[in-house]
Ligand binder design. Structure first.
Ligand SMILES: [Zn+2]
Length: 282
């Protein structure tokens, strides 16, 4: 007799599907979606940028497969940032349309909602791999040193660190990532594995900003992960490509209709005293 399927331990609140379908439907319609920011992040580098609340962020791979390591902070308060592990619990280990990325305590509110994903049909592959990974984290020069005894300065942690320095942040602010366009899983022993990115020149993912954001993305030095290894033997460089960033705003005349029923995300209203009585002394 098979065991019953375990019940998910956490459930995220339902989302307003009509709202996010309306936002996603603005794609390709210049009258209801205005391009305000557009740039390419070159291979093996990082860049940070702002996304206003209520705007759409589109990441794409116009030159072919490439994985990206994505960080998010509240634009005005970098103590509020992506909480990858709680997002895994509330949503899934690998995210797609309808999933949200949640922020750290004591904020714990949606940062973005995924509204489009051209890899949504990837599903689960033959070895249990899934796409858009929250299981792992960024590659970094410290673990590179630990494993190979080599110095390498273009890991995602370093790319993200250089990207956020102009915004007054440091490597202490870089945090566990969403790996976009990246297929990963856990093997039978629970060990983390990565597979080649299934992205093509037409691949994209779109996020709707539920609050004002500072975003940063690294184009991983492992490229599309088809030829991946520690250190830098030069072979990986051949499979490294840029990632395109676009930010779209819903123009004023379309907001009442497209963003009907939307408001900036709210924190749970727990009073935050953790059982302490206040005042604690006279
Ligand atoms: Zn990386």
């Amino acid at each position: 007799m098979s065991n019953p399927r375990p019940r998910p331990a956490y459930t995220s609140p339902p989302i307003n599907r009509d709202l996010y379908d309306r936002i996603a439907a603005t794609a390709g319609d210049a009258s209801s979606r205005t391009l305000v920011t557009e740039f390419l992040i070159p291979p093996r580098s990082g860049k940070a940028w702002h996304v206003p609340a209520g705007a759409i962020l589109r990441l794409s791979t116009p030159e072919g497969p490439q994985v990206g390591d994505f960080n998010l902070w509240n634009m005005h308060n970098p103590r509020e940032r992506l909480w990858a592990s709680r997002t895994r619990q509330l949503e899934k280990s690998h995210v797609s349309v309808g999933n949200r990325l949640w922020s750290s305590l004591p904020f714990m509110r949606p940062m973005v909602t995924i509204i489009a994903d051209s890899l949504a049909d990837y599903g689960v592959d033959a070895v249990g791999g899934r796409c858009h990974d929250l299981l792992g984290t960024r590659c970094d020069p410290y673990v590179n040193k630990l494993i190979t005894n080599d110095d390498f300065d273009l890991h995602c942690h370093s790319n993200l660190t250089r990207a956020v320095l102009p915004y007054g942040l440091t490597e202490f602010d870089v945090h566990d990532v969403l790996n976009v366009f990246q297929v990963t899983g856990l093997d039978e022993e629970g060990k983390y594995f990565m597979r080649a990115s299934p992205a093509t020149g037409d691949t994209y993912i779109e996020f709707f900003a539920e609050q004002p954001l500072l975003c940063a993305l690294s184009t991983c030095p492992g490229g599309d992960l088809s030829n991946w290894g520690w250190g830098d033997d030069g072979a990986m460089e051949d499979v490294c490509r840029p990632i395109k960033v676009e930010v779209f705003e819903i123009p004023r005349h379309a907001r009442n209709e497209v963003l009907r029923d939307w408001e900036e995300s709210k924190c749970p209203d727990y009073k935050g005293l953790h059982g302490m009585k206040s005042p604690q002394s006279e």
